[in-house]
Design a protein around this ligand. Structure first.
Ligand SMILES: Cc1cc2nc3c(=O)[nH]c(=O)nc-3n(C[C@H](O)[C@H](O)[C@H](O)COP(=O)(O)OP(=O)(O)OC[C@H]3O[C@@H](n4cnc5c(N)ncnc54)[C@H](O)[C@@H]3O)c2cc1C
Length: 380
């Protein structure tokens, strides 16, 4: 099928080539080691920075690539295509929090280092007792003079191990009602007294991606690190910037589904049963035809969302639709592709088996798909 995203152009094609070459050469061969360590290698972030893969859609004056979201989409697609779990989209998303809510001095201090991979970003909202229900967070930040003193803990933090800059959701005013009590504070973690990273969490998939608990015990940060400069704006800041994360997850989800179809089409042409190739069975053809149709519908919708996002027109509800529908679609397609691989689909040496366990979390993080349906419904 000769379909190409309408936002693609020559410069992006060149960028894709560079990204693909880099990922195949520098990241793909080390996946067993990343999985064993449960995180990317220590030099992975600086290597990605050198190759120009980080902050590709941040303004050049802050060290970014000066491109649009299409550049980030290309990076996410190429990582998904190679089966490499490396959360550049979290890095970019944190950079956008900094770009929009930090002061000028902080932007000049943090963003160029993030673009080089010398400073890794993470967002820490979830706690043991508060996931979907953000207002239930219990991490506090008490203002004392020119500092905030932070106490509490966070869990499931992507990039947690490597993070040098944590965008942390806290309750600054314990008396503020519900979501109005949530604020975001940027925490620089290097040599920070009272800050501790827990061990990597054991996940069912995405084993090479760094996911940790973080602990804060009387951690002091400058009061100027309160993002936006006013307490109580955290939830609306999260809602504003979550569109970025959700769209990036939609890109990863659909690319994984497309890759699964490609691999499975190859497999069923080669594998024989009852004297013929699996592709000769009508069930195989129909299932793959359904998968391909669904993925193509998804691609056209996703491209529209990407174009709207670049134009500053993508609303929260549509971004939620993209993340919810495309991650559901991914899981349906990948599951069908596992089935068409038979027993080999259950063996981790086959990429389709890893895709099956890796893809499941797309329906859970950055807002579960149920929460996203609530968000979509609230626009009705
Ligand atoms: C691998 C991984 C990486 C992650 N990375 C990060 C990260 O970097 N930073 C971060 O802050 N968090 C991160 N998370 C956390 C993730 O965002 C949460 O797990 C998610 O928001 C759900 O919260 P929960 O796990 O507490 O589930 P719960 O909120 O307890 O939900 C459990 C179930 O109840 C449903 N439910 C809850 N409320 C409602 C409702 N109102 N209506 C209908 N159904 C509802 C949910 O949809 C879900 O099915 C990550 C999680 C994972 C697994």
């Amino acid at each position: 099928m000769n379909y190409e995203s309408p936002w693609m152009d020559d410069e992006l094609r060149m960028f894709r080539k560079t990204a693909r070459h880099f990922i195949e050469k520098e990241f793909a061969p080390h996946q067993d080691c990343w999985r064993k360590e449960q995180r990317p290698s220590d030099d992975a972030w600086t290597k990605a920075g050198e190759a120009g893969l980080l902050l590709s859609d941040l303004p050049a004056e802050y060290g970014g690539g000066g491109g649009t979201f299409a550049y980030e989409a290309v990076v996410v697609e190429e990582l998904a295509r190679a089966g490499v779990h490396f959360a550049t989209f979290i890095q970019s998303s944190i950079a956008h929090y900094v770009l929009h809510y930090a002061n000028e001095e902080q932007k000049r201090e943090w963003l160029p280092r993030m673009a080089l991979g010398e400073l890794v970003g993470a967002i820490a909202i979830t706690e043991a007792g508060a996931g979907s229900d953000v207002k239930a967070i219990r991490t506090t930040a008490r203002r004392i003079g020119e500092h905030y003193v932070i106490n509490g803990s966070k869990t499931f933090v992507t990039n947690g191990w490597h993070a040098g800059l944590v965008c942390l959701a806290v309750k600054a005013d314990p008396n503020a009602p519900g979501l109005k009590g949530v604020s975001l504070i940027a925490v620089e973690t290097k040599d920070l007294a009272g800050y501790r990273v827990g061990k990597s969490l054991n996940k069912v998939g995405m084993h090479g991606q760094d996911t940790c608990e973080l602990f804060f015990d009387d951690v002091r940060v400058p009061a100027s690190n309160l993002l936006g400069g006013v307490e109580g704006r955290g939830f609306s800041q999260i809602m504003e910037k979550m569109t970025y994360e959700r769209l990036a997850i939609a890109v990863a989800a659909l690319t994984t589904a497309e890759r699964a179809i490609e691999l499975t089409a190859r497999y069923v042409n080669e594998r024989k049963a009852f004297g013929s190739a699996l592709i000769d069975f009508q069930n195989t053809r129909f299932k793959l035809a359904e998968c391909k149709t669904e993925a193509h519908i998804g691609r056209v919708f996703l491209d529209r969302c990407i174009a709207d996002f670049i134009d500053g027109k993508l609303d929260d509800a549509t971004a939620a639709m993209a993340k919810y529908w495309l991650s559901d679609c991914e899981c349906r397609i990948v599951d069908e592709c596992v089935q068409l691989h038979g027993g080999y689909g259950y063996m981790t040496e086959y990429p389709i088996a890893r895709m099956w366990t890796d893809s499941r979390v797309h329906r859970i993080y950055a807002g579960t798909n149920e929460i996203l349906k609530e968000l979509i419904a609230s626009s009705l």
